[in-house]
Design a protein around this ligand. Structure first.
Ligand code: FMN
Length: 133
C-alpha cells in the first residue's frame, strides 16, 4: 500500500528565487531516487506539495520537510493510504505570471494527481486552482 500527504506552507520572507529553485530541483532529484511521486509548486511566496510513496518514507519525509527552516506555517491538507498504482514521476515547478495560465502545465499537474481517489483529487484540484490562479 502506498501513502500520500499534502500540505501548503509559506516560504521564509528572505528567500531568493535561486533558493526556491534549489528546493524545487533537489526535491525532484531526491524523490525520483526514493520512488516518491507527486508535485511541488511554488507561487507568490507559498508552497503546495503532494508526496506519495511507501508509507514510512512519506511519513519520514514529511517530518523532515516540516522542520525545514526555509518555510513556515506548514498546514497539512490530507494524509491517507492510496490504493491506486503509483503515477510514474514527480514534478516541481515555479509558477510565474507566464506559466499560470498554461494549459499543458495544468494537464501535467493533474496527471500527477491521478493516484488520488476521486474525492481527494477533487479537493486537491480546488486547492490547486486557488493556488495557481
Ligand atoms: C517546501 C519544501 C519542500 C521540500 N520537499 C522535499 C521533497 O519533496 N523531497 C526531499 O527530499 N526534500 C524536500 N525538501 C527538503 C527537505 O526539507 C530536506 O532539506 C532534504 O530532504 C534533505 O534532508 P536531510 O538533510 O535530512 O538529508 C523540501 C523543503 C522545502 C522547504
Amino acid at each position: 500500500m502506498r501513502y500520500a500527504i499534502s500540505y501548503v506552507s509559506t516560504a521564509k520572507k528572505e528567500m531568493s528565487e535561486k533558493e526556491v529553485g534549489e528546493i524545487l530541483t533537489s526535491s525532484e532529484e531526491y524523490n525520483n531516487e526514493k520512488n516518491i511521486t507527486g508535485l511541488l509548486l511554488f507561487s507568490d511566496g507559498n508552497f503546495f506539495q503532494v508526496i506519495e510513496g511507501e508509507e514510512e518514507k512519506v511519513k519520514d519525509l514529511f517530518e523532515t520537510i516540516k522542520h525545514d527552516e526555509r518555510h513556515t506555517n506548514v498546514i497539512k491538507l490530507f494524509e491517507k493510504p492510496i490504493y491506486k498504482p503509483a503515477f510514474d514521476g514527480y514534478i516541481s515547478d515555479y509558477v510565474t505570471e507566464n506559466t499560470k495560465y498554461n494549459p499543458a502545465k495544468l494537464k501535467d499537474y493533474h496527471l500527477h494527481l491521478e493516484v488520488l481517489d476521486s474525492k481527494t483529487r477533487h479537493a486537491v484540484n480546488n486547492v490547486l486552482r486557488a493556488f495557481i490562479y
